[in-house]
Design a protein around this ligand. Structure first.
Ligand code: UDP
Length: 246
């Protein structure tokens, strides 16, 4: 890996990160499920980022398949809906694990819900060992509890494994003063503090996830997953993003 670093001539800013990949990111241009070329591109980006010498944990969402809160509006109890949502994240994690391994890097899915025969159960010491041994670790099934999100999981796992930041892959290239899709005067912030984001009412993550990040002084870097090589660029302090830190 040192050779790789020398070849590129740029050192990564962080040694260990959590990348949050939402379910929507895996959908690509489709309106449901997994878009294979998009899955493969994200996997290739993660593998390239790992080649910088960075230990990478990935928290995968499930919104492309299932969202607990949506089905609970239709009559399924929220707790059941959320369990189904967590199962959706496991499906996505297994798909991404396969794509990462095909792209040439070892990967391991660890689920917060116990699923023998499907994947390993999340245990912090084992996760740390996988990372130390150069494997990408995919954290599936969120926190394992209903009423939480995978954004909260991303911050939680980042704090647990001692990550330097959460890299939140989204549709847009950062945090804006207004919705850039609706307001052409919306400005992108390059840097914000957690407090400024709160005071300006900017939605970086859901409130629980954001509170956990603020309390643990965990930087959140918001960037667009659509740009090829975006994860690598963020890790090298390049590309377009918003850094939210204390
Ligand atoms: N979920 C949950 N507990 C968690 C994480 C996720 O119950 O700790 C459920 C919840 O129903 C959620 C779904 O899993 O709607 C998918 O996760 P999320 O909405 O965070 O996925 P994303 O928006 O990132 O695709």
């Amino acid at each position: 890996m040192d050779d790789e670093l020398r070849k590129r001539g740029t050192s990564p800013i962080y040694r260990r990160v959590i990348v949050k990949v939402s379910g929507e990111a895996l959908m690509g241009p489709d309106s449901f499920g997994i878009h294979q070329p998009t899955l493969e591109r994200i996997a290739a980006d993660l593998v390239a980022a790992r080649a910088l010498g960075v230990a990478i944990g990935v928290v995968v969402g499930g919104g492309n398949i299932f969202r607990g809160v949506k089905v609970s509006e239709q009559g399924i109890p929220r707790v059941t809906g959320d369990t189904m949502g967590m199962l959706a994240t496991v499906m996505n994690a297994l798909a991404l694990e396969t794509a990462i391994e095909r792209a040439g890097a070892p990967a391991r899915t660890m689920s917060a819900l116990v699923m023998p025969g499907v994947c390993e159960t999340y245990e912090r010491p084992r996760a740390l060992r996988h990372l130390e041994e150069g494997r990408l670790v995919l954290f599936a099934a969120g926190t394992g509890n209903p009423f939480f999100t995978t954004d909260t999981t991303a911050v939680l796992r980042a704090a647990e494994i001692g990550a330097g930041a959460v890299l939140k892959a989204t549709d847009v290239d950062g945090v804006y003063s207004a919705d850039p899709k609706k307001d052409n005067k919306a400005e992108r912030y390059a840097r914000l503090t957690h407090r400024e984001a709160l005071e300006r009412g900017l939605k970086v993550m859901d409130a629980t996830a954001f509170a956990l990040a603020q309390e643990n002084h965990m930087p959140i870097i918001v960037f667009s997953i659509h740009a090829k090589g975006a994860i690598e660029a963020v890790l090298q302090g390049q590309g377009r993003s918003t850094i939210v830190s204390s």
